[in-house]
Write a protein that binds this ligand. Structure first.
Ligand code: AMP
Length: 217
């Protein structure tokens, strides 16, 4: 049986995981699964899940592991994942990494990309971030502004700023990352599936480096 790629993006909030995961997804025709986007959609839909996670997300804390496992498990069973998929935002702690490993199939080949950025870049990256609610394109008003005002280049939809991109929440999200998510770097490093990519360079160079790192053809 052919092995299928499962690509996990790691990196501090604002490192450019979403942007780069989307690029890789478009380039390779495999879906990007952003657990953050799925949860934000649930909040917007005012579903039971959305009502449960809204306050947690607003605080920059993590949603519980069982809820996340169920969400990811259901998503990766969908037919569009049969040739591989990209995870952006999952797993987020050691417990989730262990749970995820147990649901992986033997023909799935995990590769982990960590996008590294200088600490001082992060606040500007997050403060400048804007997203298109329609097509999910991600912009940055400092580094990658849209052509016109704050409208999406592709469909002219007004861009929005995430609730949790405000400064004190950002600080909490970074703390959560350092405490919960950073241990995954050593974990995947010791499994020899980790590739480090310099995220402080131009976005096209980052994308090239990621393509080489994940070695998909
Ligand atoms: P993100 O868009 O990946 O930064 O996620 C936004 C928020 O969604 C996070 O701050 C968490 O509150 C929640 N979230 C996303 N993914 C996970 C996960 N794997 N585990 C727990 N909470 C998550």
């Amino acid at each position: 049986m052919n092995r299928i790629p499962v690509i996990i993006f790691l990196g501090v909030p604002g490192a450019g995981k979403g942007t780069q995961a989307l690029r890789l997804s478009n380039e390779k025709g495999i879906p990007r699964i952003s657990t953050g986007d799925m949860l934000r959609q649930a909040v917007q839909d005012d579903s039971p899940l959305g009502r449960m996670v809204q306050a947690i997300m607003k605080d920059g804390r993590l949603v519980d592991d069982e809820t996340m496992l169920k969400l990811v498990q259901d998503r990766i069973l969908r037919p569009d994942c049969r040739n591989g998929f990209i995870l952006d935002g999952y797993p987020r702690n050691m417990q989730q990494a262990g749970q995820f490993e147990r649901i992986l199939q033997p023909h799935m080949d995990v590769r982990v990309v960590k996008i590294e950025v200088a600490e001082e870049d992060i606040v500007k990256r997050i403060a400048g971030r804007r997203t298109c609610p329609k097509c999910e394109r991600i912009y940055n008003i400092y580094f990658h502004p849209p052509g016109k005002d704050e409208l999406c280049d592709a469909d002219q939809t007004p861009l929005f700023r995430r609730d949790d991109d405000l400064e004190d929440v950002v600080r909490r999200r970074i703390e959560t990352y350092q405490r919960e998510t950073r241990p995954l770097i050593d974990y995947y490093g010791s499994k020899q599936v980790l590739q480090l990519v310099n995220g402080s360079q131009n976005s096209n160079l980052v994308a090239d480096q990621i393509l080489r790192a994940v070695d998909l053809n």
